[in-house]
Design a protein around this ligand. Structure first.
Ligand code: ATP
Ligand code: MG
Length: 347
């Protein structure tokens, strides 16, 4: 008889990829049930703060709110920087995933991901936020491990697998063998830094101020890690405010310009991968040469980043299926497979 089932009657255990840009929640038997931006809008009513919106409903308000509403991203560079708001967000997503506990049920068991480079203090903050949001038991899993599991890499085998997860806040590089991270490194460079680099470039070259939302849209529509002969693509109608005269203005941008703007953050990512390869034991390096590198995370969707990385480090590179979902799917597997979980998560 499965006592565990009765033990958690009425609760829905879940795995959460609490990301800088997006939070995903996986529920066993159902899959990913929440996939929303990590954004919270707080409203001030008669001197009292209350949550106005969370997730997609809050992201559309960014940069457009009246004075009494502020939007927050409670994570920066993969770690919680605003504990109170992060807890509100986690609570909301747990409830949305059906895990709210009542008098009849206990809180859910939660597997939650942390960047491999996070400090003990940062890990405690994530754990505390999950407990305060109603979690009964909280397990932490390192993001590169979750990403590798979610990407279908043979993490339990004695084969070295290398995963590069480019998120909004961090890029995590991990080499995994026998369910352990034999090497990991995390750099605080990801999609957000790419957006900032685009905004800085447009300001420098055109004297035009654009918001982070516009920069992200440019990156997704025409962004590229490399200026290729095919990259003549132009994006018109980029609007912002002219720095000098303070008036709204519109320009067009080419893909080659964006590749130039993205040079620095993209090469910081390449450098992190090169560093990891340098620190790899020879036997494992041989596996990585054989198996290649697997990319996950939203940043791996930047055009040509796989080609650039393959070229720079001289190894085959592939992008995982559903790169934005790998970490949540991998954390979900760790939640479902108790043996795997026991070997992964510091309880
Ligand atoms: N097509 C695309 N091209 C380039 N970047 C993209 C694309 N789609 C999404 N992104 C970027 O991917 C990032 C989000 O990826 P992801 O959801 O994996 O991050 P996260 O898990 O929230 O962050 P982290 O792991 O750093 O905490 C954002 O910066 C987003 O702009
Ligand atoms: Mg992530």
């Amino acid at each position: 008889m499965d006592f565990h089932f009765f033990g958690s009657l009425g609760t829905r255990d879940m795995a959460m990829d609490l990301g800088t840009a997006n939070t995903l929640v996986y529920v066993p038997g159902e899959g990913i049930v929440v996939d929303e931006p990590s954004v919270v809008a707080i409203e001030l009513v008669n001197g009292v703060q209350r949550v106005r919106a969370v997730g997609s409903d809050a992201k559309v308000l960014m940069g457009k709110t009246p004075d009494n509403i502020e939007t927050y991203r409670p994570l920066t560079d993969g770690v919680i920087t605003d504990l109170v708001v992060a807890e509100e967000m986690i609570k909301y997503f747990i409830e949305k995933a059906g895990g709210a506990h009542s008098r009849l049920s206990r809180g859910p068991e939660i597997v939650i991901c942390v960047p491999s480079g996070s400090t003990p203090v940062e890990r405690r903050a994530i754990r505390a936020a999950a407990f305060n949001a109603g979690g009964r038991e909280v397990w932490l899993v390192e993001e590169p491990m979750a990403a590798a599991i979610g990407a279908g890499l043979p993490v339990s085998d004695p084969i070295g697998s290398m995963v590069v997860d480019i998120g909004g806040g961090t890029t995590e590089v991990g080499i995994i063998s026998l369910r352990g991270l034999t090497y990991s490194t995390s750099v605080r460079v990801g999609g957000d830094k790419m957006d900032e680099a685009i905004a800085a470039y447009v300001r420098r070259k055109y004297n035009l101020l654009i918001g982070p939302g516009t920069a992200e849209r440019i990156k997704k529509e025409i962004g590229s890690a490399l200026a290729t002969p095919e990259s003549m693509h132009i994006m018109g109608m980029v609007s912002g405010r002219d720095v000098a005269v303070g008036r709204p203005m519109e320009i067009s941008l080419s893909q080659a310009e964006i590749a130039e703007a993205l040079h620095e953050p993209v090469y910081q990512i390449v450098q992190a991968v090169a560093d990891a390869l340098e620190h790899t034991e020879p036997e494992i390096a041989a596996d990585v040469i054989d198996q290649g590198i697997t990319m996950t995370g939203g940043g791996s969707l930047l055009r040509n980043i796989d080609l650039l990385l393959a070229d720079e480090v001289g190894l085959p590179v592939r992008i995982a299926e559903s790169p934005l979902r790998c970490v949540a799917l991998g954390a979900g597997k760790a939640l479902e497979d108790r043996e795997l979980r026991a070997s992964l998560c510091p309880a």
